[in-house]
Design a protein around this ligand. Structure first.
Ligand SMILES: Cc1cc2nc3c(=O)[nH]c(=O)nc-3n(C[C@H](O)[C@H](O)[C@H](O)COP(=O)(O)O)c2cc1C
Length: 194
């Protein structure tokens, strides 16, 4: 069955390793007949969440920037793919800032009415470090984000889970992931198997 997949690529550099993994994932997903939209944060203006809580009642954000459109697409997608590099042992600031801005999708006061569609979330990450510990915190971050939409921490009818992770380990230079055909293939197959 064809699914609506949203891929959010957060690295801002050219020839980004995580962006390359995202493209391989997309190639696989398209080969299986899925509908894919890719958003790069490179050309987007995404301001910090103000923490004003207005969105918890109004369900929309007071800030006028590119985040609102992206959050709307997250709301409508069936599958979300995050491509995010490791920065200082955790998720990159660009991705963290976007995740904070998804707060309008998480209305405390309307817990049972959460209407997001996504059930499967995938993570494509990359680090200079060569062992899993370098990307563990990125995985934990995404898992924690998902928990807010999955009935684990809040009472809601919807469930979502981290369905797949790719760790590009030991890749520092831009484009270096291409020297790891196993990872490229893993991303392609993961997209194909969504
Ligand atoms: C600000 C910054 C912080 C980084 N911190 C880490 C780190 O803590 N651990 C690590 O293994 N790699 C770190 N890296 C390296 C990147 O994770 C690595 O180059 C990765 O391949 C970048 O992915 P991209 O090409 O998709 O941007 C850092 C890179 C930058 C720019």
């Amino acid at each position: 069955m064809s699914k609506k997949i949203l891929v959010i690529s957060s690295s801002l550099r050219n020839n980004s390793n995580t962006d390359i993994l995202a493209d391989e994932f997309i190639r696989g997903a398209l080969s299986s007949g899925h509908k894919v939209e890719k958003i790069s944060l490179r050309d987007k203006i995404i301001n910090f969440c103000l923490g004003c809580d207005v969105c918890q009642n109004a369900k929309s954000c007071v800030l006028q920037d590119d985040a609102s459109e992206i959050v709307k697409k997250i709301h409508e997608a069936e599958v979300i793919v995050f491509a995010a590099p490791v920065y200082f042992g955790g998720i990159s600031g660009q991705m963290q800032t976007l995740l904070d801005r998804t707060y309008p999708l998480f209305p405390w006061k309307l817990k049972l009415e959460q209407t997001h569609r996504f059930q499967d979330v995938y993570l494509l990450t990359a680090s200079s470090g060569e062992s899993n510990e370098f990307s563990d915190k990125v995985i934990i971050k995404i898992e924690d984000w998902i928990k807010h939409f999955s009935g684990v921490w809040v009472k809601c009818r919807k469930f979502a889970k981290l369905s797949g992770v790719i760790r590009g380990l030991g890749v520092h230079e831009a484009g270096e992931i291409r020297k790891h055909p196993d990872k490229m293939n893993e991303a392609y197959e993961m997209g194909k198997d969504v």
